[in-house]
Design a protein. Structure first.
Length: 257
């Protein structure tokens, strides 16, 4: 296999032309991101050391328990929704049955039904300060998540490797111009507003515990972030996935309250 590219890939599916409102919204968000850059209390580089997030260490220390609960979840893989089934806005990067998400937290909302199936994982997540999103991100063999960007520098993303293919050199993430590989029981922390993509060029499933945390900001930045998140939770972008997740679990006969 050839080495991962250090520059953005050019083989991503073409998205339809964005609507004018979406284009304007993206430009506004990039301006807001520059504000958060100035007020960040951690590096604004593509990747950053997990040492900036000591609250995540219990996840590493209890990695075995998390993996045991994941294995139980995977025995009912057909019952796990794909990313785009919950969030149709992700249809460009989530295709077919290749990227599944078992959600514990979505936009700071705890999904009690799923947490009950993985009590130790849920206990560890419940203890994290300022947690916004958390789920098992389950990527099929041979799947490529095309280049894309996250919505806001108000958050930072961390992955805990839970099931990593044996050929880990063929399973990688590029953020900006940097490429990294997951390791089981290891953390990768990065800024998802940089263009990033994922390749699983193996015949095994890759699973990470996907976590979004509030970016550490100074006092001014914190006020701005709270305002932004207050407004974001009232948008369709946030409300639709929560409603879809509730309907999905109800179809399975799982109560979400």
């Amino acid at each position: 296999m050839s080495a991962p590219p250090s520059q953005p890939s050019t083989d991503a599916p073409q998205a339809p032309p964005p609507r004018l409102g979406v284009t304007i919204g993206r430009k506004v968000m990039r301006m807001v991101d520059r504000f958060f850059d100035r007020h960040s209390q951690v590096p604004t580089t593509p990747f950053m050391s997990p040492s900036y997030f000591p609250a995540l260490q219990p996840l590493v220390d209890n990695f075995g328990a998390i993996r045991t609960e994941l294995d139980q979840v995977l025995t009912h893989r057909d019952d796990i929704p794909t990313f785009h089934q919950l969030s149709p806005d992700q249809v460009r990067i989530s295709r077919g049955d290749n990227w599944k998400t078992f959600v514990f937290y979505a936009f700071a909302n705890r999904v009690d039904a799923n947490c009950a199936q993985c009590p130790e994982t849920a206990r560890l997540l419940d203890a994290l300060p300022r947690l916004q999103n958390a789920w098992f991100s389950i990527l099929s063999p041979g799947y490529h998540i095309p280049p894309h960007r996250g919505p806001s520098k108000a958050l930072l993303r961390c992955h805990l490797g839970v099931r990593v293919p044996k050929q880990r050199e063929s399973c990688w993430i590029r953020v900006g111009g940097e490429v990294r590989h997951w390791g089981e029981g290891e953390l990768l922390c990065f800024d998802d507003t940089y263009e990033h993509e994922v390749h699983n060029d193996t015949d095994e499933t890759r699973v990470v515990l996907f976590i979004d945390l509030d970016r550490p900001l100074d006092r001014v930045g914190e006020v701005a972030r709270r305002t932004l998140m207050f407004l974001a939770r009232r948008t369709t972008y946030v409300r639709r996935p929560l409603a879809n997740l509730t309907r999905w679990n109800e179809r399975l006969g799982i109560r979400t309250d």
